[in-house]
Design a protein around this ligand. Sequence first.
Ligand code: NAD
Ligand code: TYD
Length: 344
Amino acid sequence: MTILVTGGAGFIGSNFVFHMLEKYPDYRIVCVDKLTYAGNLSTLKDVMNNPQFRFVKADICDRQAIYQLFEEEKPDIIVNFAAESHVDRSIENPEIFLQTNILGTQVLMDACRKYGITRYHQVSTDEVYGDLPLDRPDLFFTEETPIHTSSPYSSSKAGADLLVLAYHRTYGLPVTISRCSNNYGPYHFPEKLIPLMIINALADKPLPVYGEGLNVRDWLYVEDHCRAIDLIIHKGTVGEVYNVGGHNEMKNIDIVKLICEKLGKPESLITHVADRKGHDMRYAIDPTKIHRELGWLPETKFADGIEKTIQWYLTHREWWEEIISGDYQKYYEKMYGGREQFMV
Ligand code: NAD
Ligand code: TYD
């Protein structure tokens, strides 16, 4: 069994590579990654010498490179994590999101049609459903919730999902899609809420909360997401979409306060800044289908997961210090430098 994992040098993809190599020592795992700002080869250093693992630096939009890789490796299963993944960056520059997230998906699926595979799995997001109102805690995203996107990022992910389902119906490609809620855990890139707050708090820097911080996200420990994808590619039904989430909704402000408490930092570091444009209010997944059909349940409670995550950032300083010493500084200055304060 050969599994091609795209975007495996990023946050969730790398955790998936580790999960698969450990659980299936006889599988061959081939990782293809363009190594954008979000991809980090140092993340994969512990598996680079594993004979069951191969890393290939390539862009999923590069048809020639992808076809050549399929010819060499003849993968059975493709799991596509490769994407531009940050909403704020998509607001600044949507184009690369459409290129990688939609056209890259197309190239991968064309390769699947040309060379033949048993499964193409698309790693999607709950953000394709848009958002839910804060005053309707009874509402959740199911697989039947209409696609209704807010950001260029979520629109590009939704476009890819529609294309994946179209390749199934039109060409009979054996596809599955997972739509997961917000992940957290090791190797999460420092531009995202949880790692950004941990790293800033450690340096006693301001903690920039968008608007009032009342927006709700449904947080899942990354290993639980990896286990869900593992189940779907082995036991999921072709042509189906599976929502993945652990009913762990939290307001942003409460997460940031919790991080302050855990690190022994004062809440006075919290700085309310201008809100994100088009900011989604609430995400909340109904994971009934994946539980009922595949028996999936989350294993890590948020209280344990956040503790493990904070410990990981404390013990892996060299990983994130290298990242934040480079272009990240320019990104941070651009996004947060002139951002006006938000009065609460
Ligand atoms: P990430 O930004 O940490 O990693 C993305 C990886 O893709 C990086 O290694 C990057 O180098 C690579 N990449 C980008 N463009 C590429 C290209 N053109 N060709 C090859 N490689 C390319 O992202 P992540 O948080 O790990 O997310 C992985 C996937 O999971 C994405 O598809 C995202 O939409 C989805 N997802 C993420 C979350 C979350 O909370 N992070 C939740 C649900 C779904
Ligand atoms: P993020 O980690 O970017 O994930 P997503 O937008 O895909 O859910 O952001 C999570 C939440 O945290 C979102 O409501 C935006 C908010 N946020 C802040 O308040 N401050 C920040 O500096 C960042 C990066 C995010």
